[in-house]
Design a protein around this ligand. Structure first.
Ligand SMILES: [Zn+2]
Length: 571
């Protein structure tokens, strides 16, 4: 059996599981195949080891069975795989990773989350994850989100035996349904028996897995999960526990540039890319030195904010005041808290949508209050101007000395006039050094940590926003592009970054050609996330630059797969 990961979306992944040359695209359902419950034609089967054919997943008989044979020793799954511990005389499966105690984990969310964290933090990460008994259609999105690759059909069979009609949004009583809300062959047949119910349940699971695989490919599985968990408290509590207790693990696997998302649920406040944003602001962010006036403004539905009508009006007032060079615009928003203007292209600042009602809940108010408090107490501005609408109350309540120019209606003519006058009357001018390089330094630091600042030493910024270049002594070091929202390194930029050792992938002494595969990686810096620009080095010598395709742990563990997609190589 061979397992290869194809696409990643957080802990979820699509992959191919090769059993004797028969390839199964995961996440997938494997069907228990017995005379009473034959597996659907042409689908992957789970069979007793003695009866297996090519391509089947095999289950061993108990070692205490009189018919125990050598085939059982080589089986993919042990007897009692539905709830281990396994029969002691058979070795733990080398091939699948299994939950230690499925039934126990099902009842105990704490146990489930802890087991998952343990299994996903070491070498087991690269092995296929098998999920028994609990794979109902409405749970498949969440279970795939947790990183499960293969499910068995036991839950589908048990439901058919109990008269339970399964859908992607929950379970219904078959005999209460006057009309069947599904057009599958079994539901359209006009017959109703356990057989039709079982076939429908199989179809419901297959359809949901098709959708799950699509969402993984698109990088949007979390949105589906936030919708599906509503059907069962167990799912809600598991996702919330994952977000609270395993946010570090989830953040490790979240791409640095992901898909656009809809932050429409309470859980959206704790999405891994959102928690990363807030953590990086606090850990890495430093304001542009010349920006002495903090101006707090509301977000806009249109992204990037700069191109919205409301933000264009704010900027007109700022420039009319003559203080444009020293004003630091910071956007106050949920779920990100704060977005300094120079980071507005960085994921997910231009890639989220929120429902706007004008009423913030307590969690949003607290979060925004905390972030603004952090900003004013750590970044030391000479003047703080609050020019906010709905966010005015939670923000103003954490500010001490400030001017409120909006009075709650930031876009009105009077408010814009007040803003312009407040800025004009501030007694201060820009110090030396242009704002362009100062803003770029803040962005470099946010993307690469403190080491990123070295890219701006003695450099200038050229180009037209949003496509900007960092140039030093005639050489381009990096480029910001509007759609990616982050910096892409040139080899010269890579050489600068290599001196610090940050965002570096160390290889053996060879010259990479084409792409860098995991087998060639010796060591990868722990701060690297999928989608990050990295420099490939050997003993401090920059050999190439490119984009990370795996987590650092996977780069070090894996023997197959592309670790870094290379952009430039050294001659
Ligand atoms: Zn149906």
């Amino acid at each position: 059996m061979k397992f290869e990961i194809a696409e990643r979306c957080g802990l979820a992944r699509t992959g191919s599981l090769d059993i004797d040359g028969t390839v199964l695209r995961t996440p997938a359902m494997a069907y228990i195949d017995t005379p009473r419950y034959p597996a659907p034609y042409g689908s992957p089967r789970i069979r007793m080891a003695a009866d297996r054919s090519k391509g089947d997943i095999s289950v061993a008989r108990s070692a205490f069975s009189p018919e125990f044979s050598p085939a059982d020793e080589r089986a993919h799954l042990k007897p009692g795989f539905r709830d281990s511990p396994f029969a002691p005389s058979i070795k733990q499966s080398e091939e699948f990773v299994l939950v230690d105690d499925t039934t126990g984990a099902m009842l105990d969310s704490q146990k489930f989350v802890q087991w998952l964290a343990k299994a996903k933090s070491g070498a087991d990460l690269l092995r296929p994850f098998f999920c028994s008994v609990i794979g109902l259609p409405h749970r498949l999105a969440f279970l795939a989100y947790c990183g499960f690759d293969v499910f068995d059909s036991i839950a589908l069979i048990m439901s058919a035996e109990n008269g339970t009609y399964l859908t992607s949004s929950g379970q219904l009583a078959y005999d209460k349904l006057e009309e069947l809300p599904c057009p599958c062959a079994a539901c359209s047949s006009g017959r109703r028996s356990r057989e039709e119910l079982l076939q429908h349940n199989y179809t419901a699971a297959q359809n949901e897995l098709r959708l799950v695989r699509h969402e993984i490919s698109e990088g949007t599985l979390r949105d589906l999960v936030e919708a599906r968990i509503r059907s069962e408290p167990w799912l809600v509590q598991n996702l919330r526990l994952m977000d609270i207790e395993q946010s570090t693990l989830q953040e490790l696997h979240a791409p640095v540039k992901g898909a656009r998302f809809h932050a429409g649920a309470k859980e959206s406040l704790w999405r891994p890319e959102v928690t990363r944003w807030k953590k990086r602001i606090v850990e890495r962010y430093m304001r542009p030195t010349s920006a002495k006036i903090l101006l707090l403004i509301p977000c806009s539905a249109k992204k990037p904010y700069s191109i919205s009508q409301s933000h264009m009006r704010f900027r007109k007032a700022i420039w009319a005041s003559g203080k444009g060079d020293i004003v630091h615009e910071v956007i106050v928003t949920s779920p990100l808290g704060i977005v300094p203007r120079e980071l507005e292209l960085f994921y997910p600042a231009q890639d989220y949508d929120i429902p706007v009602t004008g009423h913030w809940d307590r969690d949003e108010k607290n979060m925004v209050g905390e972030m603004v408090h952090w900003l004013v107490s750590s970044q030391h501005y000479d003047l703080v101007v609050s020019h906010l609408g709905d966010e005015r109350e939670p923000v103003n309540s954490v500010l001490k000395d400030f001017v409120d120019t909006s009075m709650g209606s930031p876009g009105s003519k009077d408010s814009l006039q007040r803003l312009e006058e407040a800025l004009r009357s501030f007694d201060g001018k820009a110090t030396s050094g242009g704002r362009g390089i100062a803003d770029m330094r803040a962005l470099c630091r946010f993307q690469f940590g403190p080491a990123g600042e070295s890219l701006c030493e003695g450099a200038t910024v050229t180009g037209r926003w949003p496509n900007l270049r960092i140039v030093r002594a005639g050489k381009q070091l990096a480029m910001l592009t509007g759609d990616r929202g982050m910096l892409s390194l040139t080899l010269d930029g890579g050489k600068v970054l290599a001196k610090s050792g940050a965002y570096s992938v160390e290889i053996d002494d060879f010259r990479p050609k084409g792409n860098l595969f995991a087998v060639g990686v010796e060591k990868a810096s722990p701060e690297i996330r999928i989608g990050d620009d990295v420099v490939i080095t050997h003993g401090g010598d920059a050999r190439a630059v490119g984009v990370a395709k795996m987590t650092p742990l996977e780069m070090e563990l894996a023997e197959r797969g592309e670790a870094v997609h290379i952009r430039h190589v050294a001659e």
